[in-house]
Ligand binder design. Structure first.
Ligand code: FEO
Length: 162
């Protein structure tokens, strides 16, 4: 059975993941308003991934005899700057999430909670992937610049995300 400390920490992480989903949905809405439907699509896929992350923790808590306790989800920003600024904001956010996953892992080590360590290794790998993808998009946006033609090219590329 999972400890109360670990359960509380995972419940906090569920809130972080749901906030991430909300944040990326707010970014999607911003891009839809700007007629950048490929950028918006990318953010909607990301928002779904974050919800799936929350659900992975949710399922895990019940697998371990724990339970979920939901908290209020913070309001995401409504105003955003240029596409490259938005992706820099995504990367900053993911770096914060990486830190909170790392802290969870450290707690699991301290508690000798091996199943949680195994679950969190999946999340550690996922964070490597997410930071890599965000950095790649930022680099491409900074190489291409933000002329209408460049943004259209990026919009097409981001529309392809599965
Ligand atoms: Fe759930 Fe973007 O990490």
């Amino acid at each position: 059975m999972i400890s109360k400390t670990m359960q509380d920490a995972i419940n906090n992480q569920i809130n972080e993941e749901l906030y991430s989903s909300y944040l990326y949905l707010a970014m999607a809405a911003h891009f839809d308003a700007e007629n950048l439907s490929g950028f918006a699509h990318w953010m909607k896929v990301q928002a779904e991934e974050e919800r799936a992350h929350a659900m992975k923790f949710y399922g895990y808590l019940y697998d371990r005899g724990g339970s979920v306790a939901f908290k209020a989800i913070a309001q995401p920003p409504a105003k955003f700057k240029s596409p490259i600024d938005v992706f820099k904001q995504v990367l900053d956010h993911e770096m914060k999430i990486t830190k909170s996953i790392t802290k969870l892992y450290e707690l699991a080590v301290k508690e000798k909670d091996y199943p949680s360590q195994i679950l969190l290794q999946w999340f550690i790998n996922e964070q490597v992937e997410e930071e890599k993808n965000d950095t790649e998009i930022i680099n491409q946006l900074s190489m291409l610049g933000e002329s209408p033609v460049s943004l259209m090219m990026m919009d097409r590329r981001l529309a392809e995300r599965k």
